[in-house]
Design a protein around this ligand. Sequence first.
Ligand SMILES: [Zn+2]
Length: 307
Amino acid sequence: MRGRRWLILDFSHSERAPMPGMHMQQTLAAPAVVHGFGYYSGLDVRVEFRPAAVDAGITFVRTDLGPSARIPVRSDLRVDVPRRTNLRLRGAEVAMVEHVLAALAGLHIDNCEVHVDQAEMPGCDGSALAFVEAIQAAGIKSQDAPARTLAVTRAVRIEHGNCWIEAAPDPSGALRIEYRLDYQHDAVLGRQTASTVVTPDSFSRELAPCRTFLLASEADQLRAAGLGQRVTSRDVLVFGEQGVIDNELRFANECARHKALDVLGDLALTGCRVSGHIVAYRSGHRLNAALAVRLLQQAGAGVALSA
Ligand SMILES: [Zn+2]
């Protein structure tokens, strides 16, 4: 892409005193635990969100591999696998992290250690709700340093085939995510749009409860490949020809909302809060992550150095 289109607002706390209205970094007030099993692996997993120091960022710790198996949330550590976001560093991997990352980003948690005893995050009900509720129950604590925010200053667009994601400045400094889902050949899913100005409050109510989904034909393929053996149509939204199977939608556009949640989780790979107007059409994790990478590349070294 041509030229520098992104500006990093890197409020280094050692150099600048907080100003009124400035958003401060946040962490958890106490540890929060979520149990479940991985959708793909079927393995039980325990996730513990722990408070972390100012400027620590988000780091996964694979406790089953030892205390040195630490995987910081960085765009360059993403493993290119379909349908999910995995991270790997020196042989230690964490899988399907996007809903965990969305919960942390949506609640404006800047610093956290996520201790897990398996690679794959719990699928729970397919949404980020279990993570959000656990973190909110533990409490959220403001820290003594301004949050780092990456603000879009000029429009940028990334596309692949007939999928795209673009970002433009938001004069208010907010993050708005608009997702346009288009299953034009599927009569049930069809086309739907979700648009949200993401704040901790709106995220908790409008995006966090929205579950991942797949077509019945896709579910059959995964099971035939030996994956998702513990997952039932109560754990995830499965769409058949007559609509959602053995489940009820929480919102008419729950699927588009979930894809907006995925965008938020993938943008967390920047290691920053993001402000801007994001519009995505049929984009998935790969394209979302490409936007995060592009964002960091064009921002310069300021953010990457701190990861
Ligand atoms: Zn998702």
